[in-house]
Design a protein around this ligand. Structure first.
Ligand code: UTP
Length: 301
């Protein structure tokens, strides 16, 4: 039995260049899906999976995230004086317990692996979850909860995985699989962003991980990989002989909200699920579908 996962890291130190100018003065992780910021979805997912300590690895210009998870006295006073009790309880419910939250600065955005390594002293010697807020998963059972259940049986390093089209392997960390039961795929190696012709499979890592503390030692070597960044995938690959790695096929739908098309799709999918917005969203979509102009020639990035 693996040790329980009590801590989670939220790396939010990236620059979010694909969302400029929206992200010039606002963190990418504060972009809302309908009316809730991406980072709040990630925190709620971790909470649902039993996480008790929330570690944010932040960077320059990310203070809105700290404010978001803080008390807002002025707002509370205004809402209560206006009798807005539903909004008040919405704000109360999202607050984390005092002492449950820590913020660490990543002084330079040197890559996801580096961001995770910045949290090493807060994690110490226990397994830790990592959630990338721009990967949003819609699921009946929280994606991280599904992973925690599976991790309890196999331990080691684990990442949520999904099959992607061969042409997309250059966007992901890809598994070289030795054993696959349809749910858990054990890997003998991992390759970060391979060209389709070099990809050992199409099984791709998305932004949910459970890490064995051995990964921190490996990240401490500060070796750079694809894009000149310190890559988390490379560190897990280098420990694979002593720490088993499993890809976990989660049940649910993942939206890549780090790119514009994925972000738009997530907004539509989440709005369609809402009691207050589902119907109106459907009629908007029907209206646009009926009078859709020809798609512009340049594809959205
Ligand atoms: P991305 O590859 O999406 O990079 O990072 P980015 O800088 O956020 O966005 P673009 O590509 O410029 O538009 C994946 C995740 O890793 C975090 C990001 O915040 C995001 O959650 N990250 C990345 C860091 O925390 N630090 C880094 O140095 C790099």
């Amino acid at each position: 039995m693996a040790r329980p996962v009590r801590k989670a890291i939220f790396p939010v130190g990236g620059l979010g260049t694909r969302f400029l100018p929206a992200t010039k003065a606002m963190p990418k992780e504060m972009l809302p899906i309908v009316d809730k910021p991406l980072i709040q979805y990630a925190v709620e997912e971790a909470r649902a999976a039993g996480v008790e300590e929330f570690i944010f690895v932040t960077g320059r210009g990310k203070s809105a995230i700290e404010d978001h998870f803080d008390h807002s006295y002025e707002l509370r006073d205004v809402l209560s004086s206006r009798g807005k009790s539903a909004e008040l309880s919405l704000l109360e419910e999202m607050l984390l317990e005092p002492g449950q939250v820590a913020y660490i600065r990543q002084q330079e955005p040197l890559g996801l692996g580096h961001a995770v390594w910045c949290a090493r002293h807060l994690v110490r010697d226990e397994p830790v979850a990592v959630l990338l807020a721009d990967d949003l998963v819609m699921a009946d059972v929280a994606c991280l909860q599904q992973m925690v259940d599976a991790h309890g049986k196999v331990g080691g390093n684990m990442a949520a995985v999904m099959d992607v089209p061969l042409a997309h392997t250059q966007r992901y960390g890809i598994l070289d699989v030795i054993d696959d039961d349809g749910r858990l795929a054990r890997a003998r190696g991992l390759v970060e962003k391979p060209k389709p012709e070099d990809a050992p499979s199409t099984l791709s890592i998305i932004g949910r991980y459970i890490l064995d503390p051995a990964v921190f030692e490996e990240l401490g070597r500060r070796e750079t990989g694809a894009g000149g960044e310190i890559q988390l995938t490379d560190a897990m690959a280098r420990t694979i002989d002593r720490v088993p790695f499993h890809g976990f096929r989660f049940a649910g739908t993942r939206f890549d909200c780090g790119n514009k098309a994925g972000f738009l799709e997530a907004n539509i999918a989440f709005a369609l699920q809402r009691e207050d917005l589902g119907e109106v969203t459907q009629s908007i979509l029907q209206r646009y579908a009926a009078s859709a102009p020809a798609a512009p020639k340049t594809a959205a990035k």
